[in-house]
Write a protein that binds this ligand. Structure first.
Ligand code: FPP
Length: 275
């Protein structure tokens, strides 16, 4: 397979080794979702404007995308602009839109050559025409790519996503196409904006905040959570490897007992309850 190159630098041997080690030592998350936070504080701590932090954040996006593609992670979802972010000062919102449009223009060919598919979730019809067009063009250009699915959550919120799914289902009930009793987890999942994407295995939040901030509320039900103090512009592949390593050490139980205790403990427990 053609080597991945988004950052225009040759991959160092030490990085290849780190990746090989991660691949060897355990299961990789198939889908990583990231709440990219701390751009403003990163810029402020350097005496700069917040937009300087967002600009530096794009370099992290590139590095993390490249590392995920090299590792063989199938899905990367980035919370790039929340529904609540519209409440920020107009000057910051405009700077973010311009940055998004210019980054997409610069990266489009690069994403395509590296077999990366760009998708979006959220209300992109709220975005300025130029930015929306730029997005749609890159989505169209990359739609057949297979190596990594890069999904940008834009003007997105988890509650909006659930609300829209509920509306669609309510219409179907009203039309008599489904019975309310048919509504189950799978049916809800396939009416969300992420219908064609599996739920995230790992959710990372940078900058030390312990919140989900209205991101993928339904889809994160069983995701492993990793929070780091590192601000997003400093979150590069070494930090990603730490998060993946932490994920690999966990046992995902999905509400069940640990694997080695499942059978014997549950028998014991039933005995205790019934005697
Ligand atoms: C959060 O930091 C970050 C954002 C609201 C925007 C993230 C956008 C980028 C990294 C750049 C564009 C992205 C792409 C995909 C090209 P914050 O401003 O909330 O930081 P703070 O919490 O320190 O104030």
């Amino acid at each position: 397979m053609k080597p991945i190159s988004l950052t225009n630098t040759e991959q160092k041997d030490s990085d290849k080794q780190s990746q090989a080690q991660l691949i060897e030592q355990g299961q990789l998350p198939d889908h990583i979702a990231i709440i990219m936070d701390g751009n403003g504080r990163w810029a402020k701590s350097r005496g700069n404007l917040r937009s300087y932090g967002h600009k530096a954040g794009v370099d992290s996006v590139r590095d993390i995308t490249e590392a995920c593609a090299q590792l063989g992670v199938s899905y990367l979802t980035l919370y790039a602009f929340s529904t609540e972010n519209w409440r920020r000062p107009k000057i910051e919102v405009n700077a973010l839109m311009r940055l998004l449009a210019s980054s997409l223009r610069k990266e489009a060919e690069n994403l395509n050559e590296n077999d990366i598919r760009l998708e979006t979730i959220g209300q992109i019809d709220r975005f300025p025409d130029k930015c929306r067009r730029e997005l749609q063009e890159v989505v169209e250009l990359t739609k057949d790519n297979k190596r990594l699915n890069l999904c940008l959550a834009l003007s997105y919120s988890g509650r909006w996503d659930i609300k829209e799914a509920v509306k669609k289902l309510a219409h179907q009930v009203k039309e008599g196409d489904i019975d309310p009793e048919d509504i189950n987890d799978d049916l809800i999942s396939c009416h969300l904006s992420t219908a064609d994407i599996p739920d995230p295995d790992l959710i990372i939040r940078t900058s030390g905040e312990y919140r989900l901030s209205n991101f993928l509320l339904w889809q994160l039900a069983y995701s492993e959570l990793y929070i780091t103090e590192t601000y997003w512009p400093d979150f590069r592949r070494k930090e990603l490897y730490k998060a993946i390593h932490s994920f690999q050490k966990r046992e995902r139980r999905f509400g069940k007992l640990p694997n080695n205790e499942q059978e014997s403990k549950s028998k014991l427990h039933i005995q205790e309850l019934t005697t």
